[in-house]
Design a protein around this ligand. Structure first.
Ligand code: B1M
Length: 234
């Protein structure tokens, strides 16, 4: 029982292992405390995120897949994960650098998974992007309205279900129909996707995880800014 255990007395490795258990058990308070302790011991926010929270969620994911955990339990884990992420978010976003690009991101229609998308948002903000997060279950009209309002450089689409990933094509096809597809970089991500799928629906790139999303967004922005400069010089 975690409430009988002083997390402060654990070594780093023991604490991370305990946090995996606490995430599994959906213990939000304990997860928040664990995050604070690791930060207090000098861990970098990104390390805390990946080693304690993301790794712990992978264990939850495997047991959900195998029918050992069910939706209510996974929701508790997700709530605990979000508690930890809320502490890390401002720390990951702490950068005085000017914004290097703007992204509109959202989970597509029919899909309510948002942990991965939130992580991508946090990491992009930390890398200096301005991110407009549309949340979950977004119909194409929501993306279009946000594009018009915010004029982003990048559109990010997230889907965690094999049944919702085809909706990404609906979004991209609509951009094509409106003649605005080439105005934006479209990045897609989510556990069931792969590069071949991204290519088949006409996305610019598939991002395996949040770190890849940051690298991909940066490299597309560099290319985009390069071509804008080239146009101005010509
Ligand atoms: Co859901 N669920 N779920 N679920 N759930 C999965 C996805 C599933 C694989 C579980 C399983 O069976 N193993 C399975 C999908 C199977 C399939 O489609 N083939 C599944 C199912 C079936 C369902 C329901 C249908 C269950 C039911 O009701 N019977 C239901 C669907 C509801 C709906 O959406 N309409 C459902 C519900 C839920 C909960 C609500 C309980 C909860 C979501 C809570 C929340 O998000 N707020 C939940 C969870 C938590 C999961 C698992 C366990 C974990 C997902 C997660 O958060 N992973 C998941 C199993 C799994 O993926 N192993 C599962 C951690 C996260 C950090 O990783 O999301 O992959 P991920 O994000 C990564 C990358 O993918 C990438 O970067 C992220 C960070 O590194 N990325 C992007 C993601 N989006 C990106 C966007 C980008 C770039 C990169 O844009 C540029």
């Amino acid at each position: 029982m975690t409430n009988e255990l002083d997390l402060n007395t654990l070594s780093d490795d023991e604490l991370v292992e305990q946090m995996h258990d606490d995430l599994y058990d959906g213990l939000k308070d304990e997860i928040e405390e664990g995050v604070r302790i690791l930060l207090g011991r000098g861990w970098k926010p990104y390390e805390v995120l990946t080693k304690s929270l993301v790794a712990g969620m992978q264990i939850v994911g495997a047991d959900f897949r195998d029918g050992i955990l069910f939706v209510p339990e996974v929701l508790m884990s997700a709530g605990a994960m979000k508690g930890g992420m809320a502490i890390l978010r401002p720390l990951l976003a702490e950068t005085g650098a000017p914004k290097i690009g703007k992204m509109v991101i959202g989970t597509v229609k029919g899909d309510i998974h948002d942990i991965g998308k939130n992580l991508v948002t946090m990491m992009l903000e930390g890398a200096g992007f301005e991110v407009i997060d549309l949340g979950i279950n977004n119909a194409v009209e929501k993306y279009l309205a946000a594009i018009e309002e915010h004029q982003p450089d990048i559109i990010g689409l997230s889907a965690l279900l094999t049944t919702t990933m085809p909706y990404m094509k609906v979004v991209i096809d609509t951009l094509k129909e409106k003649g605005i597809r080439s105005d934006y970089i479209v990045l897609v991500g989510g556990a069931p996707l792969n590069e071949a799928f991204a290519e088949s629906i006409g996305a610019d790139a598939y991002c395996r995880d949040a770190a890849v999303a940051v690298e991909t967004a940066k490299s597309f922005m560099a290319r985009r800014q390069g071509s804008i400069l080239a146009r101005e010089v010509a």
